[in-house]
Design a binder for this molecule. Structure first.
Ligand code: FAD
Ligand code: DLZ
Ligand code: SF4
Length: 519
């Protein structure tokens, strides 16, 4: 009897369900680098390097632990370059009698897995992914029959379920569930920001980098320097570093943006969590321990834990709750092609230039850059949600469709009509100015409202509100803004609209082939 256990590129967890309760001698673990996965969107070079290197290191760790691993590298001569092709070949090669696999995290991959029984003629056991805190059936039970799916209520259930930051009496620590109000400080100038822990590439990573340079040279982004964590030991070091160096200030400055400071106090642990190198509960416990030991304040620790057992779990639940419809949603009927500068960084808007520049270098931008700058601009200008979603899926080292798509289509573009966000996340230049130091050295003036030298976000903001008045003005959270708009004279309104239109005419659409191969 030989059980074939395919382990996918984001399933790099020693405690993976498919690796439990199996005799090592009865099993072959299959890992596959395949062209189809690296190019269904043309991922950032650093992201492919990260995934291949982490996969190769994980295969080594499994072998050291007594498993037999059949690892198919990208350039193996007979690699069929698809998951299904490789599973069929491996099933034959090893005369497998059954297949056991953890469910793919993405809808697309689950569909492949559904074909495997027919394609191999073998029984296929698809196990639920219990690395998430909330099983999908429990999420569906929570979502069923609700009029609104607000994260906050879901989050409280996750706090109760995990016991994280709960008192013995079952109350939230500090008497309050959510301390976000304390988390909006602007960082003073000259702070010493703790850069995340980085790691020298070893021989495995250097081999992968050579492969990526040779085969994916035309993809977006810088491959070098490369210092991302690629093993569980490195991920644990990165976690420890974050807990001691950055967590204490994570809370108060989590909404800030500072030019040249790519990470501020953010953890950049999304890459380790999403690959499976770290477990969400162990990360949250490490933060909670810091609070209990008095080395990190409650507002930071609660804010951080909320991102993981609240937002991350909720986003995954919403993805599966609404797929495949989610990917097609376009409530605001936005059709503009993505502007070319998202790929080139060639824009005079400093907030965008900085955010895109660091995305190119690091394959990372933090949440507020993604939402308030990159997503906000696409929403204001009416970019097709699928085009901006593809961009996000390509460029970030933590981007897998299950987490990227609801964040982009839902939270940032309001294309789901308000399933995830209670109002469109639109803001003018004033908000970006308040939360960042970008505007000071921008060629545009954030104080000017209209005209060629005015911050484009200012007129675009009113243009957005005007063109979506019917759809959005009934939202109670938007009523103040619409009241302001309606108080303006028709001349003033026309000035805003004309200024926005003039700016929109300058946007160059991106050419074909950046995100997906041209056909
Ligand atoms: P931290 O600020 O240190 O937060 C800690 C952890 O909380 C993160 O590592 C992450 O695992 C989790 N988290 C926080 N917010 C979210 C959220 N909204 N959804 C899911 N998890 C969250 N996150 C991804 O992992 N992959 C994506 O492709 C992705 N795309 C996004 C696109 C847009 C438009 C927006 C607004 C957000 C997106 N996010 C995505 C969520 C969030 O921006 C990233 O998780 C975060 O920036 C990762 O950096 P960090 O680890 O330093 O986060
Ligand atoms: C993103 C990605 C890339 C670039 N390459 C591979 C690969 O070669 N092999 C692999 O197993 N996984 C890869 N992945 C991750 C998958 O595209 C996908 O996100 C996960 O399999 C979903 O569970
Ligand atoms: Fe961005 Fe406007 Fe500020 Fe320039 S002035 S950095 S475009 S918000």
């Amino acid at each position: 009897m030989t059980i074939l256990i395919p382990v996918l590129g984001d399933q790099l967890s020693p405690g993976l369900a498919s690796l439990r309760d199996v005799e090592r001698g009865d099993a072959i673990v299959l890992m596959m680098e395949v062209w189809d996965e690296a190019t269904y969107v043309r991922h950032h070079k650093k992201k492919i390097a990260l995934i291949f290197s982490a996969m190769r290191h994980f295969a080594e760790a499994l072998r050291a632990d007594g498993w037999t691993v059949d690892y198919v590298p990208l350039d193996a001569a007979d690699n069929s370059q698809s998951f299904t092709g490789e599973v069929v070949r491996a099933a034959q090669r090893h005369k497998a009698s059954a297949i056991r696999v953890v469910e793919g995290a993405e809808y697309r991959v689950r569909q492949f897995q559904d074909e495997w029984a027919d394609r191999t003629g073998l029984p296929v056991d698809v196990l639920s992914d219990d690395r998430f805190v909330c099983p999908l059936l429990d999420f569906y039970a929570w979502a069923q029959g609700r009029r609104e799916y607000r994260m906050e209520y879901f989050y409280r259930e996750m706090r109760r379920r995990t016991g994280l930051l709960m008192t013995d009496e079952g109350k939230p620590e500090g008497g309050i569930w959510n301390l976000d109000k304390e988390n909006r400080a602007t960082p003073p100038r000259g702070l010493n920001y703790p850069p995340p822990e980085r790691f020298e590439p070893d021989a495995i990573t250097r081999d992968v980098m050579a492969l990526i340079a040779a085969r994916f040279g035309g993809h977006f982004g810088d491959l070098e320097p490369f210092g991302l964590p690629v093993t569980r030991a490195q991920a644990l070091k990165a976690l420890k570093h974050f807990i001691t160096a950055a967590l204490p200030d994570f809370g108060q400055y989590q909404d800030a943006m500072v030019a040249g400071q790519d990470y501020l106090y953010h953890s950049s642990l999304s890459l380790c969590l999403n690959l499976g190198l770290l477990d969400p509960i162990e990360v949250c416990r490490a933060a909670e321990d810091a609070y209990r030991a008095g080395t990190a304040p409650l507002n930071s620790v609660e804010g951080f834990i909320r991102q993981i057992i609240g937002w991350r779990e909720y986003i995954r639940g919403m993805y599966w709750w609404d797929m495949p419809k989610f990917a097609e949603r376009n409530a605001l009927k936005a059709t503009r092609p993505l502007p070319e500068f998202y790929w080139t960084g060639d824009t005079e808007m400093r907030c965008l230039k900085e955010s895109i520049g660091q995305t190119r270098r690091e394959a990372y931008a933090h949440h507020i850059q993604r939402l308030t700058v990159l997503g906000n601009f696409a929403l204001l200008t009416g970019v097709d949600p699928r085009a901006i979603s593809d961009w996000f899926l390509v460029v970030y080292f933590d981007a897998y469709e299950w987490v990227e798509l609801p964040n982009v289509i839902g939270m940032s573009q309001f294309a789901d009509g308000g399933m995830i966000a209670s109002k469109p996340y639109v803001s003018s230049g004033a908000y970006i100015d308040r939360m960042s130091d970008y505007c000071g050295r921008c060629r545009y003036s954030v104080k000017l409202k209209t005209g060629p030298d005015a911050c484009p976000f200012n007129a675009l903001y009113w243009h957005f509100l005007a063109r979506h008045e019917k759809r959005v003005s009934g939202n109670p959270r938007m009523s103040n803004m619409y009241a302001t708009w309606r108080r303006m004279s028709p001349e003033k309104q026309a000035e805003y609209l004309d200024s926005a239109e003039a700016f929109l005419r300058t946007l160059e659409p991106a050419g074909d082939g950046w995100a997906r191969q041209s056909t």
